[in-house]
Ligand binder design. Structure first.
Ligand code: URA
Length: 430
């Protein structure tokens, strides 16, 4: 079949044989046809989906389009975590060092902010001189040396995904289960990992609004990932309010450092420990969840987890000295409660877009990110408030953006009189 016939076949809802998927994607990568045809193909997959076997073949073509990392020391459990994205989700910055301190090897290729959600790479780059573009060799060496490296996807890892993902962004074809599976899993498999834990966020601030949607993505990721020999566990965590105490740029790194020093908020640490326990159990260190949690607590309390974070920053050229003084927002403003009562819910999607407005996410390619930007959540769902009490503190270094953020957030909190409202710290749907 030629490229047009392959697209027409998918448009009719047919299964595309693996040889045709390979032919189509490789010819695109060799610039033998242009973006228009690839866009038609992505739209056809978005509309008609793919079978499980087709998704496996698709993932393999994406994976084979680039370099793969291999870790040869079979005594070390090489693993990673992937989150479907949320607001205030700084879990990778904490979980990675904790897992490295536990003796696992974590080669983490992380992403930038997507839509209303923050990106690990954007946050890490607020640390002066911290390098997120390393050669594959340096990436691998760092993981072998200290057990962790977090960097962005390179030109040579899954180039098919790089090009197709950019088109998916432009054409609203991101939310397709097979396309997401191929994109995420090809990059994870290329890292050379054995184990993976998925944090699938569910709620009004997540891409997956319902548990059913989350579960169908989870099942597909697990089935495709396992066919490549990965061990995969899934945690479904709540995103009906932001995670932790802050959402934004440097403030999230600062909060992660506090968490690594033993001062993490309860909701945040619950997600970290839940995911971490899955990886620790996969690695064979223990098969008991309570023990896996206490291993992680001990690594934090002994300072070993924070030491890993410091080693990682150091090896990647970053400088953590006096940052709280240097990265100071010029402006700040509170959002206050409009009435007495209890916070019953938060519009987490709106809060996510508010962080983007503050300068913590890219509205266009020209957006300059603001390392000082973010929101502190002074109160969370279930907390009592009096009229005029501060609920959020918003900060950045651009007054007009701060003003538009305040407007955006003005009706993002619902206050009611339900005293018995349960706190939505965390929901595990496992
Ligand atoms: N993140 C990715 O890397 N790919 C997707 O398709 C969606 C989120």
């Amino acid at each position: 079949m030629n490229p047009k016939e392959i697209i027409q076949s998918k448009e009719k809802g047919n299964i595309i044989p693996s040889s045709d998927l390979e032919y189509f994607i490789n010819h695109y990568l060799n610039n033998e046809f242009d973006d228009d045809l690839m866009i038609s193909f992505l739209r056809a997959v978005h509309t008609h989906g793919m079978t499980n076997d087709e998704t496996i073949s698709f993932t393999k073509v994406m994976l084979d389009s680039g370099e793969k990392i291999e870790f040869t020391d079979s005594d070390i459990y090489v693993a990673d975590k992937h989150s479907t994205g949320g607001v205030g989700d700084k879990v990778s910055l904490i979980l990675g060092p904790v897992m490295a301190a536990a003796g696992l090897a974590i080669p983490m290729l992380a992403g930038r902010g997507l839509g209303h959600t923050g990106g690990t790479i954007d946050k890490l780059e607020t640390i002066p001189n911290f390098k997120t573009s390393l050669s594959i060799n340096d990436f691998k060496n760092n993981v072998e040396k200290i057990g962790i490296c977090i960097m962005s996807q390179t030109e040579t890892i899954c180039p098919a995904d790089r090009r197709m993902y950019a088109l998916r962004h432009q054409t609203n074809t991101i939310d397709s289960v097979p396309l997401i599976c191929g994109s995420i899993l090809s990059k994870k498999i290329a890292e050379g990992i054995k184990g993976l834990v998925l944090d699938i966020k569910i709620g009004n601030g997540a891409f997956m609004k319902s548990l059913d949607q989350g579960k169908s993505l989870g099942r597909a990721l697990q089935s495709v990932g396992e066919s490549f020999g990965l061990t995969i566990d899934i945690v479904y965590s709540g995103m009906d309010q932001p995670l932790g105490r802050t959402a934004g740029m440097w403030c999230e790194v600062q909060e992660s450092i506090a968490a690594l020093k033993g001062n993490g908020s309860k909701d945040l640490m619950k997600v970290v420990y839940e995911l971490g326990s899955k990886l620790i159990i996969q690695s064979g260190i223990t098969n008991d969840q309570a023990t896996a949690i206490s291993i992680q607590e001990n690594l934090i309390n002994s300072g070993k987890a924070f030491q890993k974070f410091e080693q990682m920053v150091d090896l990647q050229g970053g400088d953590l000295n006096n940052l709280d003084k240097f990265i100071q927002p010029l402006f700040e403003e509170n959002i206050t409660a409009k009435e007495n009562g209890y916070i019953e819910s938060m519009d987490t999607l709106k809060i996510g877009w508010a962080t983007v407005e503050l300068g913590c996410g890219q509205k266009s390619k020209l957006t300059q990110l603001d390392a000082t930007g973010g929101i502190e959540f002074i109160r969370k769902v279930g907390d009592e408030v009096k009229k005029g009490d501060p609920v959020f503190r918003c900060f950045n270094s651009n007054k007009s953006k701060l003003d538009s953020t305040i407007e955006l957030l003005s009706d993002s909190i619902i206050i009611g009189d339900n005293k018995n409202y349960t706190k939505l710290f965390y929901q595990s749907y496992n």
